[in-house]
Design a protein around this ligand. Structure first.
Ligand code: ADP
Length: 447
């Protein structure tokens, strides 16, 4: 096992990882920007190193500074969290060459799955269903028109190296495609350093259902059930739940086996999430694989009783999985609401100093946050400031707990998405579980 882990991240996920390390008896090193000098993750870690000014490019993405911090403090592993360097294959390679373990998959696996069109091809080859689409990246507008002719409108253009809901555009006609092609290509080049794009059939109103998998270095691969993440705004998740309110046991099993097959095919070793879109008839299609710990891992933790971050660390240290598929049981129901520092109805960022804070509690409530009174939410980083997670014996109890917890949650000094969550929880589509990725937009239009 590792002696000391450096956490190359900030906010709630840095704290989440520090907590796992403490329970495993591993020392921790926090890194921080000058803006985060007084952050909770810095206080909770055993040691801390300032790695640069506020801008992420100069601090949390500053590879030489992070590697130097690990070397100076004698850390034997780096946990990247999510975002920042978590899916940066070059960073994983540099860690390896410096003899520091990157807590995640190999650089090759990050690369393979990070290129979404390559991942699609791989899935198709092994018989995992994919959304009908172009099997290669599109080189020209003519290529795109030809593919669209075969697939049929509407289609969605996607950046092969995209993520975070960015680099996607829905196209409904040849005319629109001719102009969108170059726009998406240049946006992809600017945002992800890779202009390559591909195309998929745009599935109207699907559910987003993803499978959590866990694979060790000894050939053991299991799945931990699904999370449904269909409450989205601008293709970004806002509420997640486990299990899905509507998925049948047969589809769950088939999806789990598809996710395992994909991981086995490439010899994947770490935690991972295989994402699918699912239509009304429960036909499901692979869209991408994420090779990091995800924001919404918490709902899987609640229903399985496992600590995924500790398991991820154990896998990186070379340990075998301590349980097989038959040991995994799903207990009750869990829901997570992402609390963002944003205006709840137009999603504009709302930075500020926290003037008051009341964190909900009681049975079945978990809040992952780095907020404290007088802490500052700056506009330098992403807007997620807290995750409110509930666990109940069934979905009805989980919803009642979430309503109760949202009503207790007070964050003074900034606007947050809490009022929006209250509205979503009260909607018919959420209550009956029929909601899909288009539901939040229709709810917002009604509000
Ligand atoms: P990212 O890597 O940016 O998260 P994904 O490929 O995972 O992108 O897609 C994010 C979301 O975009 C999905 O959950 C879904 O809401 C929407 N989406 C992606 N592909 C399609 C598609 N082919 N049809 C309909 N919606 C899609």
């Amino acid at each position: 096992m590792f002696n000391k882990i450096l956490i190359a991240n900030r906010g709630e996920i840095a704290i989440r990882i520090i907590r796992a390390c403490k329970e495993l008896g591993i020392s921790t090193v926090a890194v921080h920007s000058t803006a985060d000098e007084h952050s909770l993750h810095v206080r909770f870690a055993d040691e801390s190193v300032c790695i640069g000014p506020s801008a992420s490019e100069k601090s949390y993405l500053n590879v030489p500074a992070i590697i130097s911090a690990a070397e100076i403090t004698g850390a034997d592993a780096i946990h990247p969290g999510y975002g920042f360097l978590a899916e940066n294959a070059g960073f994983a390679e540099i860690c390896k060459s410096c003899k520091i373990t990157f807590i995640g998959p190999t650089a090759d696996h990050i690369r393979q799955m990070g290129h979404k069109s390559t991942a699609r091809e791989l899935s198709e080859q092994i018989g995992v269903p994919v959304v009908p689409g172009s099997n290669v990246t599109l080189e020209s507008a003519e290529d795109a028109l030809e593919s669209a002719g075969e697939i049929g409108y509407p289609i969605i253009l996607k950046a092969a190296s995209g993520g975070g809901g960015r680099g996607m555009r829905i196209v409904r006609s040849d005319k629109e495609l001719a102009t969108s092609f170059e726009v998406v290509r240049s946006e992809a080049g600017a945002a992800f350093g890779d202009p390559s794009i591909y195309m998929e059939k745009y599935i109207e109103n699907p559910k987003h259902v993803e499978m959590q998998i866990m694979a060790d270095a000894h050939g053991n691969v299991i799945h931990l059930g699904e999370r449904e993440c269909s409450i989205q705004r601008r293709h970004q998740k806002l509420i997640e739940e486990a299990p899905s309110a509507t998925l049948s046991a047969d589809t769950r099993e088939a999806m789990g086996q598809s996710a395992i097959a994909l991981a086995r095919q490439i010899g994947y070793k770490s935690l991972g999430t295989v994402e699918f879109l699912c239509d009304k008839d429960e036909n499901y299609y692979f869209i991408e694989m994420n090779t990091r710990i995800q924001v919404e891992h918490t709902v899987t933790e609640c229903v399985t009783g496992l600590d995924l971050v500790k398991e991820q660390i154990r896998i990186a240290a070379g340990e075998s999985l301590r349980f097989g598929q038959k040991d995994i049981r799903i207990y009750g129901h869990s829901i997570e609401c992402r609390v963002n520092a944003e205006d709840p109805y137009n999603f504009l960022p709302s930075p500020g100093v926290i003037s008051g804070l009341n964190i909900p509690g009681g049975p079945g409530i978990r809040v992952d946050t780095a907020l404290y009174v007088q802490s500052e939410v700056t506009s330098h980083y992403e807007s997620l400031v807290a995750k409110l997670i509930v666990h109940g014996i069934d979905r009805a109890e989980a919803m009642a707990k979430m309503n109760r917890a949202l009503s207790e949650f007070h964050i003074g000094g900034i606007k947050t998405t809490i009022p929006l969550h209250i509205d979503i929880l009260a909607s018919d589509e959420f209550i009956d579980g029929s909601y899909h990725t288009g539901s939040l937009d229709s709810m917002l239009a009604r509000m």
